[in-house]
Design a protein around this ligand. Structure first.
Ligand code: FE
Ligand code: FE
Ligand code: ZN
Length: 276
């Protein structure tokens, strides 16, 4: 069974997202925990969260993905910026306890000139502060395109972060197809790239996939998403990705430029390409 969904707006609450997902043939989805620019989060309605939990269970959803604001930078040289990232991530994880058993994805950060070594150390510090033994959420580092001084452009950098985390049973990786393509990995030679992932990080740590085509050639370090089949990765490669034995059980989430009808079409297309 292919588990697939897309990024949804959280403005109408939790249960509304579940219903929207059902209406477009999805059985997972992603949402921002708060305004993606990182403002204060809306108060959680525990009843609304409970109704979503029931909907997810009733319809056999795969884990859903909460996405941290992408402006957070736990790798910043500025202590105030780091503190803000830490507080926001910790607050999000506390809120995720209303939806236990799901995934929380964040962009590792940018070292902005201090060098990747220093950046990686700061990200590890942050993770070791926010992860506590009682959490019911798996925290995912997203593979990044390597725009500017982004950390997480290589499997090696992600591995070095994960190695430094004490509670590493609570962490994992979300592979974004546009980002790894832009970072220089070949998805057309999928086995080679997944072997590399397995060697560096271990495929058992891969917990979710963002399905996005890329507007730019491999290695461009740009991070511009395209609809499935409308970019440099191409529909055939996406068919291989969703059917690969190492990936086919994972939740796949579209972050392509689309309205709901467009997402419904992409979900339908990918379901047609999936072999049981
Ligand atoms: Fe992301
Ligand atoms: Fe992504
Ligand atoms: Zn992206």
């Amino acid at each position: 069974m292919l588990h697939i969904g897309c990024h949804l707006s959280s403005s109408k609450g939790f249960e509304a997202m579940g219903k929207t997902a059902l209406s477009i043939g999805a059985d997972t989805f992603q949402f921002f925990t708060r305004n993606p620019r990182g403002s204060r989060a809306k108060e959680i309605d525990p009843q609304d969260a409970q109704r979503l939990r029931e909907l997810l269970a009733e319809h056999g959803f795969a884990p859903v993905i909460a996405h941290a604001p992408y402006t957070l930078n736990p790798a910043s040289a500025d202590p105030k910026t780091r503190e803000f990232a830490l507080q926001t991530l910790a607050d999000d994880l506390e809120r995720m306890e209303y939806l236990p058993g799901n995934l929380y994805n964040f962009h590792p950060g940018s070292h902005v000139g201090q060098g990747e070594e220093a950046g990686i150390r700061l990200i590890i510090q942050t993770l070791n502060e926010i992860l506590t033994p009682g959490l019911h959420t798996t925290v995912l580092l997203e593979t990044m395109a390597g725009k500017g001084s982004e950390i997480g452009r290589s499997f090696d950098e992600l591995k070095r972060i994960l190695d430094g985390v004490k509670l590493n049973g609570q962490t994992g990786v979300c592979l974004d197809t546009c980002h790894v393509h832009d970072a220089g990995y070949s998805l057309a030679v999928l086995d080679g790239t997944l072997n590399e992932f397995d060697k560096q990080i271990g495929l058992q740590h891969l917990k979710a996939v963002h399905l996005n085509d890329s507007l730019n050639p491999r290695g461009a370090h740009k991070d511009r998403h395209a609809p499935i089949g409308a970019g440099e990765i191409g529909t055939d490669t996406f068919a291989c990705i969703i059917n690969h034995p190492a990936l086919k059980q994972l939740p796949f989430c579209l972050e392509t430029p689309n309205d709901l009808a467009g997402y419904a079409r992409e979900i339908k297309l990918l379901r047609q390409l999936y072999r049981e």
